[in-house]
Design a protein around this ligand. Structure first.
Ligand code: PEP
Length: 249
C-alpha cells in the first residue's frame, strides 16, 4: 500500500499565541489538501489556540518536544498526558537543536519514544549528520546508531506507525538543501536499517521525511523520491509558501 505523505511544520521558538492564531488563519485555506497529512508542530503555549483556530480544517497539531515521565517534579517540562488531553497526535522527538542545545541523547529520545507510543502519540523522530560526519564518510554509521538506539524496545507494530525525519544538520536553517539524490540515498538507507531491525513489512510501512531548508522550489523533486514520504519544514512553515509545499504536485 502506498504510504501517505506527511508534511509537518516545525515552528521552533517562533510565534506568540496571538501571532500563531493569525498564521493559522492565513495558512488554513492554503494547506487544504486531504491527500497528505498536514501537521503543525508548535510551541507548547500555542497548542491550544492553534487547535481552536484549526478546528474544521485538515490541520493536525503536534508538539515540538515532550518529557518521558508521567508527572512530578520536572519543572518546565510537558508530559504526554498534557498533550493527549488537548488532542495532540504528533510529537517531534530528538530534533538536532534539542540534541545540540539541550543535551538530549539517543537514550533520552528512546525513553520519549516509548512514552509517546504508550500514550498513542505518533513520534516524528529526527536524525541526521553534521557536515564533518558527511565529509568523513560516516553519515550512515551515525544515523544507524541514532535509529537503532531510538527504536530500542519499540515493537514492529509501533514502528510501522512512526515517522522518521532525516535532517542533515548542515541543511537546517542554512538555505542549503541536500540534493534530491543525497536525501533519497540516506532515506533509503534508513529504510534498510528499519528492515534489519524489524522486517520488510515494517520498513515498507514506516514514513520517512526529509527536512533541511525545504522550500516551495525544492519540495516537488524531494517528495517524488521513492523513499521520501514528505517533509519536516522549519522556516518555510511560517510563511504562505507552506501552502505551496503542501500542494507540491
Ligand atoms: C527543522 O527545523 O526541522 C528544519 C528543517 O528547518 P529549516 O526548514 O528551516 O531548515
Amino acid at each position: 500500500m502506498a504510504r501517505k505523505k506527511i508534511i509537518a511544520g516545525n515552528w521552533k521558538m517562533n510565534m506568540t499565541p496571538s501571532e500563531a492564531v493569525e498564521l493559522v488563519n492565513t495558512l488554513k485555506p492554503l494547506v487544504a489538501n486531504d491527500e497528505v497529512d498536514v501537521v503543525f508542530c508548535v510551541p507548547a503555549i500555542d497548542i491550544i489556540p492553534v487547535m481552536e483556530a484549526a478546528k474544521g480544517s485538515n490541520i493536525q497539531v503536534g508538539a515540538e518536544n515532550m518529557y518521558f515521565e508521567e508527572k512530578g517534579a520536572y519543572t518546565g517540562e510537558i508530559s504526554p498526558a498534557m498533550l493527549t488531553d488537548v488532542g495532540v497526535k504528533y510529537v517531534i522527538l530528538g530534533h538536532s537543536e534539542r540534541r545540540e542545545y539541550f543535551g538530549e541523547t539517543n537514550e533520552d529520545i528512546n525513553k520519549k519514544m516509548h512514552k509517546a507510543f504508550e500514550h498513542g502519540i505518533t513520534p516524528i523522530m529526527c536524525c541526521g549528520e553534521t557536515l564533518t560526519q558527511r565529509e568523513q564518510g560516516v553519515t550512515m554509521d551515525f544515523i544507524r546508531q541514532q535509529v537503532k538506539v531510538g527504536f530500542l524496545g519499540i515493537t514492529a507494530e509501533q514502528a510501522k506507525t512512526a515517522v522518521i525525519a532525516y535532517e542533515p544538520i548542515w541543511a537546517i536553517g542554512t538555505g542549503k538543501t541536500a540534493t534530491t539524490e543525497q536525501a533519497q540515498e540516506v532515506c533509503a538507507d534508513i529504510r534498510k536499517c528499519i528492515a534489519e531491525i524489524y522486517d520488510e513489512a515494517t520498513a515498507e510501512a514506516i514514513r520517512i521525511q526529509y527536512g533541511g531548508s525545504v522550500n516551495a522550489g525544492t519540495a516537488a523533486d524531494l517528495f517524488a523520491q521513492a523513499d521520501i514520504d514528505g517533509g519536516l519544514v522549519g522556516g518555510a512553515a511560517l510563511k504562505p509558501d507552506f501552502g505551496k509545499i503542501v500542494n507540491y504536485k
